[in-house]
Design a binder for this molecule. Structure first.
Ligand code: SF4
Length: 367
């Protein structure tokens, strides 16, 4: 049976960052105990339908999962293992904000079965962190990273964002160089996008903040490819680099279209062409689960053609690419001609330049 993943959404944050449109809230910490109980209860509600499915990854995302008490997080992992068929050697990732962890909390997580940490570093330039309304400083990332190593984490990801207001190419170079110096096993780097329903989106709309410059972001992406590649990181998905063998197993599952079960407010699930998502407001989620009901907010079924297109869409974003025969050659040819797409051993793979334009290329090939 195909291995599956579990995604657990924790919607609590210390503060709201101005660019963020995730299902995350500051000031709801008083719900956390109830919320952890509801996550365990939701897993039990799903257990009969997923009986016998082997889970090889668990990913706690958010929000900021490390706002939860580590003891509660660890007991939730144990409960998930009792309820669902989680493999002993599963990858168990927790997303962390540098200001919410220390050696003690990280040691508790490591001993409790968390074997991968994904930290939101975003930048090593204080002015960029300020523009992103992040509460931490570059020094907090270095301190939290050292704490993670001291706690025994040998699989750490650092998340970076490029293209914030005021960020120069030189500043971005500094951020990538500082990242490489720490030598995390994995790096994710995302171009800042402006979401309309966020404080940053409204500031851009009102002309108070400039929109990110796409040419500048392209230069930053190219620089990241160059510096991370030179430091031995393999570029295995548009926004993701890993030291050899340290790719994120959970995220590979999404791109390879393996099934996943989402638990928590607004979490998405997918299995055999059926996709569903939970209600988003935490209070509504809690009340539904506490009434012993699965908190589904909506669902859709993909027909075989939609599934095929999705496989191409996701496959092209990875270094594995797709079978050349899965793409209409007339649609692919102009991109091959422009050097955005390359044919290698019967597979079509985006070139480094094509990876930055992945969305446009992939849409043109699957649209
Ligand atoms: S910490 Fe992450 S999830 Fe929370 S508001 Fe900031 S960007 Fe969003």
């Amino acid at each position: 049976m195909t291995a599956a993943g579990i995604y657990v959404h924790v919607p609590f944050c210390l503060t709201r960052c101005g660019y963020c449109d995730f299902n995350a809230y500051a000031g709801l910490d008083h719900l956390s105990n109830r919320y952890v109980r509801a996550l365990a209860a939701e897993a039990r509600l799903h257990a009969p339908g997923w009986a016998g499915v082997p889970f090889t990854s668990v990913f706690f995302g958010g929000g900021t999962p490390t706002t939860l008490d580590p003891v509660e997080l660890v007991s939730l992992i144990a409960e998930l293992r009792r309820t669902l068929a989680v493999d002993d050697d599963s990858e168990v990732t927790v997303e962390a904000n540098p200001d919410t962890v220390d050696t003690d909390s990280l040691t508790a997580l490591r001993r409790g079965g968390v074997n991968r940490l994904s930290m939101g570093a975003q930048s090593f330039d204080p002015l960029v962190l300020q523009a992103l309304e992040r509460v931490h400083q570059p020094s907090s990332v270095r301190r939290a990273f050292a704490d993670a190593r001291a706690a025994g984490f040998d699989d750490v990801n650092l998340d970076l964002i490029f293209g914030a207001d005021g960020e120069s190419l030189g500043s971005w170079r500094h951020t990538v160089e500082q990242t490489v110096e720490l030598r995390p096993e994995h790096v994710s780097a995302y171009a800042l996008t402006i979401e309309p329903a966020t404080p940053l989106g409204r500031a851009v709309d009102a002309g108070r903040t400039p929109s990110p410059d796409p040419d500048g972001q392209a230069d930053m992406f190219e620089l990241a490819c160059e510096l991370l590649g030179a430091a031995g990181y393999e570029h295995y998905e548009v926004s993701n680099w890993a030291l050899p063998g340290r790719e994120c197993r959970h995220n590979l599952g999404y791109w390879e279209r393996r099934p996943y079960l989402g638990l928590g407010a607004g979490a998405h699930s997918s299995r055999d062409g059926h996709r569903w998502w939970n209600v988003r407001p935490p209070e509504q989620y809690l009340q539904t689960v506490e009434s012993d009901m699965v908190p589904i907010g909506g669902q859709e079924f993909l027909d075989p053609e939609a599934e095929r297109l999705e496989s191409v869409f996701l496959g092209l974003r990875t270094s594995a690419g797709v079978n050349a025969s899965d793409v209409d050659p007339d649609l692919a040819e102009p991109f091959v001609h422009e050097g955005l797409l390359e044919e290698r051993d019967g597979r079509l793979v985006l070139s480094e330049r094509g990876l930055f334009l992945a969305n446009d290329v992939v849409l043109a090939l699957t649209g």
